[in-house]
Design a protein around this ligand. Structure first.
Ligand SMILES: [Zn+2]
Ligand SMILES: [Zn+2]
Length: 141
């Protein structure tokens, strides 16, 4: 066997540099990992200062991509305060700016579903009672 013993050699997802991944889940080299920590600090501080920002505002304010910010929120690295205007669609997990329960796409399909007929009402909604009040939120943007 002539396999190398350097561990999991991978190409960094961000800079494409070859690096030895410490574990199977690492996809970034140490240099890019540091950069990410930096970004994370920026984002965290921005959110502290502007707790009601949407993901887009944070992204613009910090220069960090919305994808990265959303990932941290999903991972629980960024915990949203009660006033945060960011939430995730209960149906598909898409981000909802404005803090609604469903994303615009799901609101539309839920609304269409209602229009199409009530026979297929999903009776297993745990929270009981549907509102479509999110529509108002959408207009505020
Ligand atoms: Zn890298
Ligand atoms: Zn959705």
């Amino acid at each position: 066997m002539t396999e190398n013993k350097l561990g999991n050699l991978k190409n960094c997802k961000k800079c494409n540099r070859l690096f030895a991944a410490p574990d199977a889940s690492s996809s970034l080299c140490s240099r890019c990992n540091e950069a990410i920590d930096d970004d994370f600090t920026k984002v965290r501080e921005y959110i502290y200062d502007n707790p009601t920002s949407g993901v887009k505002d944070v992204s613009i304010g910090t220069g960090v991509s919305t994808e990265a910010i959303l990932k941290w929120i999903r991972d629980g690295k960024i915990v949203l305060g009660a006033n945060a205007l960011i939430s995730f669609c209960e149906r598909c997990g898409e981000v909802v700016n404005g803090g609604g329960r469903f994303c615009p796409k799901c609101i539309r399909s839920l609304t269409d579903g209602l229009k199409a007929g009530m026979d297929s009402n999903d009776s297993h909604r745990p929270r009981g009672g549907m509102h479509i009040r999110e529509k108002n939120n959408l207009k505020k943007d």
